[in-house]
Structure formats: C-alpha cells, structure tokens
Write a protein of this length. Structure first.
Length: 151
C-alpha cells in the first residue's frame, strides 16, 4: 500500500510540475502564485515544485520582494552557494540577473536536488563580494529583516 501511495504522490507532483511549466502566465496567476510564495507552506513542499514556482514568479516579475523571497527559500533549504549568489545580486539590485540565475540553474528534479560547489556565477565570486563588504552570508531572522537589509 505504501509503495502505491508513493507512486501516486509522485504522479501528482509530476502533473503539477507540468502544469506549472506549461501554463500561460498572466496577472491573475501571478497574484495567486504570490500568495503561495509568501506563505510558509511552500518550504515543506518538494524542492522541484517550489523551485519551479519561484522560476515562474521571477520570470513574470523579478522585483526586489520576489527576489528576497527566493533568496530566503534557497538559504532555508540549504542551497548555500546559490543563496550567496542571489544575496550578492540583491545588494547590486540586479533583479533581472537573479531571474536569469533562477531560470538557468538546475536546482532539483522530482528525484534529486543539485547543489553548486562554489559561489561563482558569471565570473564573479559572490562569497568574496559579500566578505569584502562585511556582509554575513546567513539568512536574516524574518522576511522583513531581509527586505530592510537590501538597499
């Protein structure tokens, strides 16, 4: 029975993934997705599903607030180097580059998560960038703290 349930849940996630990646995005879906991303429920979902939601969100509207939500999600879920890159880009106000990074990088599939081995992206070491400015790489206690941190 347990194996049947696991297979069924995996199929549901696969359907949701295909729906997310193939649906035409508009303002109404963006508003709905914004509510989902701002809730804490997304942290408990399978990585590939959450990451695809963030990719859709950022591709539609890569603003500061959405990028900060994405950054916090990465750090909280142990994508340390990826979060460091996004944090550096947030300090530079490069929201379009955060969108590019999110779309180009493979974070997870249904079965596997992928982690970078350094904080270098587009020939910039963002760990060095943050250290040179005395910026802590760790996530701030709340979303509001993170939002205030970035200029």
């Amino acid at each position: 029975m347990e194996k049947y349930c696991d297979k069924k849940i995996s199929r549901i996630y696969h359907i949701l993934y295909n729906l997310i990646t193939n649906v035409h995005f508009d303002a109404q879906l963006y508003d709905l997705l914004k509510m989902v991303i701002q809730s804490h429920e997304l942290i408990d979902q399978p990585y590939f599903l959450a990451v695809e939601l963030y990719k859709k969100m950022l591709s539609y509207n890569p603003n500061k607030e959405n990028c900060v939500h994405f950054y916090r999600y990465l750090i909280i879920n142990a994508w340390e180097f990826e979060g460091t890159i996004v944090k550096g880009l947030l300090f530079e106000k490069k929201y379009e580059e955060i969108k590019d990074f999110a779309i180009q990088h493979t974070f997870a599939t249904i079965d596997t998560s992928f982690f970078m081995e350094s904080s270098i992206w587009r020939n910039v070491d963002y760990e060095e960038y943050l250290e040179s400015r005395n910026i802590d790489w760790r996530v701030e206690p709340t979303f509001e703290d993170s939002l205030r941190l970035f200029p």
